[in-house]
Design a protein around this ligand. Structure first.
Ligand code: MG
Length: 258
């Protein structure tokens, strides 16, 4: 290993250099790209900002807002107000019947990483089995459910846009196994008169598998009704559902997107 170290340092130097200096490696005689600002391979084009990634896959990158790191419920409150009182256990927070919780801070467009685990012990069935939910802006639910060998209605299973759109595939892990949601959310846009200019959209990867691709929400999540929009603020708390099942969450982080 040691004898490769110089090579590694040369490679890493080149990688850093490529992010900072480009003028002498780009071109100024190439065609303009649509929009007319930059040429193909334009050496003057600013490089993207450097963001330090998480140390391991799934860990929060340096520019993320860490919403839950396993140690405390700071930054969360019950949806009725007051401190969140979910149970802290083994670096996770567990639904315990004290009600749904939400972030004290609001978010609009964002990238969200959530890890969740349905109870290892299977009790009940269908919607009664490992039910919780990730409510973007407190309104638009990506369903959490133990959908491993569990029959329920399609638009209510794990990773469904609840009551609206089933996931493209069911990639649910078994009861008691940790699972990931990686979500890109675009909030709805409303005109001044409340008309929907653009619906909310969500891209969801469940355990790394694409299950929704910029899919539009019909409106705020409803039970046994067709969803509909009501105008709201541009940033609202993210909510996690207490549906009465001891579902656990860990490693929750978000990157607001401008
Ligand atoms: Mg739910």
């Amino acid at each position: 290993m040691t004898r490769f170290s110089p090579l590694f340092s040369i490679v890493s130097t080149l990688v850093v250099a490529a992010g900072v200096v480009a003028a002498d490696v780009g071109y100024d005689d190439t065609p303009l790209l649509p929009g007319g600002t930059w040429r193909v391979h334009d050496g003057r084009r600013p490089p993207p900002p450097v963001v330090r990634p998480g140390r391991v896959p799934g860990a929060p990158p340096a520019d993320a807002v860490v919403l839950f790191d396993g140690t405390n419920l700071d930054g969360w409150e019950t949806t009725k107000g007051g401190p969140a009182r979910w149970r802290l256990v083994d670096g996770a927070m567990e639904v315990n019947g004290t009600g749904s919780i939400r972030t004290t801070r609001g978010f609009g467009d964002c990238q969200l990483h959530v890890e969740w685990r349905a109870p290892a012990e299977v009790e009940s069935s269908s919607q009664g089995r490992g039910n919780s939910g990730v409510f973007l802006m407190g309104r638009y639910e990506v369903q959490v459910l133990d959908s491993y060998d569990n029959v329920t209605y399609a638009d209510g299973q794990a990773a469904a846009m609840y009551g609206q759109r089933p996931p493209a595939v069911n990639v649910c892990r078994g009861p008691g196994e940790w699972q990931t949601y990686d979500i890109v959310f675009r909030r709805p846009r409303f005109a001044d008169d409340g008309e929907v200019v653009a619906p909310a959209r969500v891209t969801v990867l469940h355990n790394g598998v694409l299950v929704h691709d910029a899919a539009p929400f019909l409106g705020a999540t409803r039970h046994k009704e067709v969803a509909r929009y009501e105008p709201h603020d541009d940033a609202l708390p993210l909510q996690l559902q207490d549906h009465g099942n001891p579902v656990r969450f860990r490693n929750v982080w978000v990157r607001p997107l401008d």
